[in-house]
Write a protein that binds this ligand. Structure first.
Ligand SMILES: *[C@@H]1O[C@H](CO)[C@@H](O)[C@H](O)[C@H]1NC(C)=O
Ligand SMILES: *[C@@H]1O[C@H](CO)[C@@H](O)[C@H](O)[C@H]1NC(C)=O
Ligand SMILES: *[C@@H]1O[C@H](CO)[C@@H](O)[C@H](O)[C@H]1NC(C)=O
Length: 659
């Protein structure tokens, strides 16, 4: 062999080697990338059971933080606090229903601009993104993130390979995934890997064909060189149904002092991901709360740190769920079987709902600081935002809840509802009014036993403008679907008014959670015919001036029949310097608060534990702020006279749990 031939031969081999594609269990990668630090990539090195980021060994300590639960202007503040912990990544879901509230009408702007959220996290704070694309997310979010309009589609089983369902997922991913592609690591962006579905093994479908469909659909959009993963509870039966070949399996579990248990958990993960790194995708430093919840049992900070240290020592990557919870503004809270989730998603997370540093935050930061080989040590602890105690303002009753309807005698409010007439009552879904409130109205011939066999969730019953009672589908062990109504005039003009409240669709197990009146309505076993139903638009933005004038009026309207302190109350909050504040709802009944045309969420202090509603500084303005309270149940001690109630703005949150 001539001397020059040898290098050429080697070069040729090298060339073939470089061009060849490595096939691993989790996708295809060009080997050149693996060794090249300058070419962005994220994958699993199966021989060493580790992640490789741009060709180098990598692990993460990350925190879940949801862009859609944080005011847009506060993303920066909250992300800076995640970075200051010494974490190197964030993890978040994408809620399909919020991006596509109305079918075919997509929104990725403002608070929904997740690409901007990841970009900010990456460019300003060096935080990578671990992205959970759904389509189902749970997340204690309305309907687990699935659009309510799917319920109009004759889907036999959601989250399955039912072709009607998968066709809708195809359409959604066609819109979503091209927005993710440019921010993937392989394209120079911060997104390392994509989670499909969520804890699918906990769902009763166990439909592998569906998981294969999601895998293949995702790959078709982003390429087969992007790492996909699943997350399931750390039990073999859950992983059996939640995992699928070619997709990396991770697990989730909460804090424990029991190191053996943690080792066992990762052993179970390894059965399904034999050559992958250990990952806990949801490690819980806190927990959510439901309305009416009396007790909260949380792990001690010692247990949280001990568990984290055990996982770290085993070489695991760890995601804290949540590192910062935020708020279910508007009508976006989900529900569990026994009760709805509260408005706050504080989650007792290390960064509080208002973005404040907690004791747990400082302990976790100290722990990260002590990790000898950790490459992104903590930064200085950022300060907390200013808080204001604006004090008490007078809230005046403007009109009854009935007038939220089509506002018959208020021409200025003509656009307040979308009304439809029908023979039988229609559901929220059929009305295409998925969230909040729908008013139902009918004439009745006689009084008697009013029964509604099927509805969701609460029905406020009125006869001729007078409140009678509330029906409840199910709230813990409370359930009531009939009431005796009396006081009919029997002139053929007796008016039955039913205000129905959706208090959040279930997030888990049941995802065919329809709302509104779902059956006939009977009086003495006779079905009522001819209904007018109006989806109530809240907030009533276009009516702000009307309400501001009302709020300033001197002569006040007295409370209605029986001194029922129900209806729409308005007040003006003067602000000279904007700061975060909380509305203390103590003494009110149950309802919704709107500040300057923004729905800041539901309150229910008679149930608790949440007594205050968080109002970020950005929702206020210097000058007059319009505060509206839609009181559904009847205010109590908040009302000081026969015509006015009090709203008190304080500088700290209150949650009442029994000790
Ligand atoms: C769903 O099924 C019902 C009854 O079979 C039918 O009337 C309706 O048109 C179907 N809806 C859709 C969207 O296919
Ligand atoms: C409902 O639950 C409450 C609180 O747990 C209990 O005191 C009450 O007895 C229960 N009522 C029924 C009818 O089970
Ligand atoms: C009304 O009628 C329903 C159905 O017949 C019955 O179950 C219920 O107990 C009655 N309600 C009242 C309050 O009498």
């Amino acid at each position: 062999m001539n001397s020059w031939r040898i290098p050429l031969f080697l070069l040729l081999i090298l060339f073939i080697f470089c061009e060849s594609v490595v096939r691993t269990s989790y996708g295809n990668w060009n080997i050149q990338r693996i060794g090249d630090r300058n070419t962005p990539s994220f994958l699993i090195d199966e021989s060493n059971r580790q992640f490789l980021l741009d060709g180098l060994p990598f692990r993460y300590i990350s925190g879940s933080i949801h862009y859609f639960r944080i005011p847009r202007d506060r993303w920066d503040e909250r992300l800076s606090k995640v970075r200051a912990l010494g974490f190197n990544a964030i993890q978040y879901y994408i809620p399909w229903n919020t991006h596509e509230l109305e079918e075919g009408n997509y929104d990725f702007s403002g608070i929904l601009d997740f690409a901007e959220f990841s970009s900010l996290a990456f460019h300003k704070f060096n935080l990578w993104t671990i992205l959970r694309i759904g389509p189902y997310i749970c997340g204690e979010w309305e309907n687990g993130g699935l659009p309510a309009w799917l319920l109009n589609k004759n889907v036999t089983k959601q989250r399955s390979s039912d072709p009607i369902f998968t066709r809708e997922v195809e359409k959604w991913f066609e819109t979503l995934l091209p927005r993710i592609k440019p921010i993937l690591r392989k394209n120079g962006g911060p997104v390392l890997m994509l989670q499909i579905e969520n804890e699918y093994g906990s769902y009763d479908a166990c439909d592998k064909q569906y998981l294969r469909f999601l895998r293949d659909l995702t790959r078709a959009h982003v390429g087969d060189d992007v790492l996909l993963f699943t997350t399931d509870g750390s039990a073999e039966n859950l992983l059996n149904c939640g995992t699928v070949e070619g997709v990396f399996s991770t697990i989730d579990f909460g804090p424990t002092d029991n190191t053996k248990q943690i080792e066992e958990n990762f052993k179970i993960q390894r059965k399904f991901a034999p050559n992958g790194p250990s990952v806990n995708s949801e490690y819980y430093p806190g927990w959510l709360a439901l309305w009416g919840q009396k007790k909260q049992e949380l792990p001690s900070i010692q247990t949280i740190i001990k568990g984290a240290q055990s996982m770290y020592s085993l070489g695991a990557s760890i995601n804290f769920y949540m590192i910062h919870g935020g708020t279910n503004f508007g009508f976006w809270n989900g529900a569990e079987a026994e009760a709805p989730c509260i408005t706050s998603y504080d989650y007792t997370a290390p960064i509080s709902e208002a973005g404040d540093i907690t004791g747990n935050y400082l302990e976790i930061r100290k722990w990260v600081k002590g990790l000898p080989d950790w490459s992104t040590p903590p930064l200085d602890v950022p300060g907390n935002s200013p808080k204001a105690r604006y004090g008490k303002i007078k809230m005046r009753l403007v009109h009854s809840v009935e007038k939220l309807n089509n506002m018959i005698d208020m021409s200025e409010l003509s656009d307040a509802g979308d009304c439809v007439d029908s023979d039988k009552p229609m559901s929220f879904e059929t009305l295409n009014h998925p969230l909040g409130l729908v008013a139902y109205q009918a004439r009745i011939d006689s009084c008697g036993n009013l029964t509604i066999p099927s509805f969701g969730d609460f029905v406020y019953v009125y006869l001729n403008g007078k409140y009678i009672d509330t029906l409840t589908r199910r709230y813990y062990n409370l359930s009531r679907n009939s009431v005796i109504i009396e006081g009919c005039r029997n002139d053929g003009e007796d008016r039955l008014f039913l205000l129905v409240e959706n208090q959040g669709r279930k997030t888990f197990q049941t995802i065919n959670d329809r709302k509104g009146i779902l059956s006939d309505v009977f009086i003495n076993n006779e079905a009522i015919r001819f209904w007018t139903q109006c989806g109530i638009k809240l907030p009533l933005q276009e009516t702000e001036n009307y309400y501001l004038r009302k709020a300033g009026k001197k002569n006040q309207r007295k409370f209605m029949n029986n001194n029922q302190k129900q209806g729409v109350f308005v007040g003006v909050l003067p602000v000279d310097a904007r700061a975060d504040t909380w509305l203390d709802t103590t003494g009110w009944g149950k309802g919704i608060v709107i500040v300057n045309g923004r729905n800041i969420g539901r309150y229910w202090p008679t149930e608790g534990p949440q007594m205050t509603l968080y109002i970020p500084a950005e929702f206020l303005k210097v000058g007059e702020n319009l505060v509206m309270i839609v009181e559904l149940q009847g205010a109590e001690d908040a009302c000081t006279s026969t015509s006015a109630c009090i709203a008190d703005f304080i500088d700290y949150p209150i949650f009442h749990f029994d000790k």
